[in-house]
Design a binder for this molecule. Structure first.
Ligand code: FAD
Ligand code: EPU
Length: 342
């Protein structure tokens, strides 16, 4: 066996919410052979399989009657070099932020706005990670994945991944059907700064040298600084980033709300208006709240639910439900939970 399977493993240190959760079976996957062995093991016992990167976008229940696999397939290589771009192949188990830093050190640009997003490379396409005006779909070429039923490798193009806002085929048609093993990303050899997010432009220009033009590393540093100001460090306070997606509503609904809430932020997007869920939650009075069971809302960002110590998944979801009900009652807006609930 290439794979060591352990029983009754505590996952508290393997999810950034810091939730107590025990996996009935657990394995660390470092090769395709081990991955296939794991799938056979689960198939024989009729067990669900839960792949995890860093557990930064999940809410885990206390007992997982499943085979939890920590995906640690490594490797990053330049597989094609052109005058203006490079094609990278990166293993699903690589650390995302380390990839961003490494790419900038090589003079490959395009990931700087996505700096400091927690997690592993393999999870990035699952919700099409995005921040400060860039999403992974903008750099994505294709990926390889293993079919959970047959163990066979398949390749999926960007189109087949059906990326949307915090969405992809892996949350829909291929939900729980594949394990992503590697990605191909195309990066530029000259920097094309994406500085539409006002605070980022200001901060990046502030960090730039006398020439006044920020480098890729300046943008990366600016993104990290903004994120550190707004988002809690999971090592200090458990969280999964934004707990809800920013909702999109119709023109009509937005006009009605604007009549009552003139200062409500709203951004035009395809299909309507995107609202800031953090604003809606703050208006309902939840910002900074701490519940008896340890669940809470971050004091500097109302979109981030936090674990103040020993909250369990159920406590976090109870608070999420309370928030959804309050936002619905006040604004007639449905908030959709972003992390995957197990
Ligand atoms: P996990 O939480 O381990 O897994 C997430 C989901 O993907 C699960 O359903 C899991 O089963 C599945 N999965 C994981 N690996 C694989 C694989 N190899 N194959 C198939 N399925 C897989 N997200 C953003 O988009 N933008 C942000 O700015 C952002 N900021 C964040 C800030 C903080 C402080 C935190 C804690 C989270 C933030 N997130 C953000 C969410 C999170 O970082 C991303 O969703 C990240 O991609 C999750 O990576 P992970 O390895 O931790 O995935
Ligand atoms: N706001 C408030 N009160 C709050 C928080 C936010 O009023 O407590 C309002 C402000 O008006 C602010 C606006 O919301 O201008 C937007 O806030 P912010 O720029 O912090 O971004 P966000 O919408 O809360 C989104 C993503 C983040 C991503 C940032 C930067 C979603 C669900 N979240 O957050 O992604 O890092 O933009 O691009 O789209 C994640 O997905 O986990 C995540 C952290």
């Amino acid at each position: 066996m290439n794979l060591k399977i352990e029983e009754y493993v505590n996952l508290k240190a393997m999810n950034t919410m810091g939730l107590e959760s025990v996996a009935r079976y657990f394995g660390r996957v470092e090769s395709l052979v081990a991955l296939r062995e794991a799938l056979v093991f689960a198939g024989e016992r009729n067990l669900p399989v839960i792949p995890l990167g860093e557990g930064s976008n999940v809410v885990l229940s206390e007992c997982l009657d499943a085979l939890v696999l920590l995906i640690r397939l490594k490797g990053r290589e330049v597989i094609e070099r052109q005058n203006d771009s490079v094609l990278l192949k990166v293993g699903a188990g690589e650390h995302w932020h380390a990839l961003v830093c490494w790419s900038l050190e090589q003079g490959f640009y395009g990931l700087e706005n996505l700096a400091l997003i927690p997690g592993c490379v393999g999870a990035a396409p699952v919700q099409n990670i995005g921040a400060y005006g860039v999403e992974i779909k903008d750099r994505f070429v294709s990926l390889e994945a293993v079919d959970r039923q047959t163990g066979e490798i398949m390749a999926l193009s960007a189109e087949e991944c059906a990326f949307g806002y915090r969405d992809s085929v892996f949350k829909n048609r291929l939900l729980d059907q594949v394990i992503i093993t590697s990605l191909k990303l195309r990066l530029n050899r000259t920097l094309m700064p994406e500085l539409d997010y006002g605070a980022l432009r200001e901060k990046a220009e502030g960090l730039a040298n006398e020439v006044g033009r920020p480098t890729g590393m300046d943008i990366c540093r600016a993104v990290c600084a903004i994120r550190r100001e707004k988002l809690p460090d999971p090592k200090i306070i458990g969280n999964a980033g934004s707990f809800f997606k920013n909702p999109v509503i119709s023109d009509e609904h937005k006009s009605e709300l604007k009549e009552v809430f003139a200062d409500m932020p709203a951004y035009k997007v395809a299909g309507g208006w995107k609202l800031a869920a953090g604003w809606l939650i703050e208006q309902c009075g939840f910002k900074g709240c701490v519940k008896k069971d340890g669940a809470g809302v971050y004091e500097k960002q109302a979109l981030v639910l936090v674990n103040h110590g020993n909250a369990c998944g159920k406590a976090i979801l109870m608070l999420a439900g309370e928030i959804q009900a309050a936002v619905k009652a006040r604004f007639s807006v449905d908030l959709e939970i972003e992390p995957r609930i197990y």
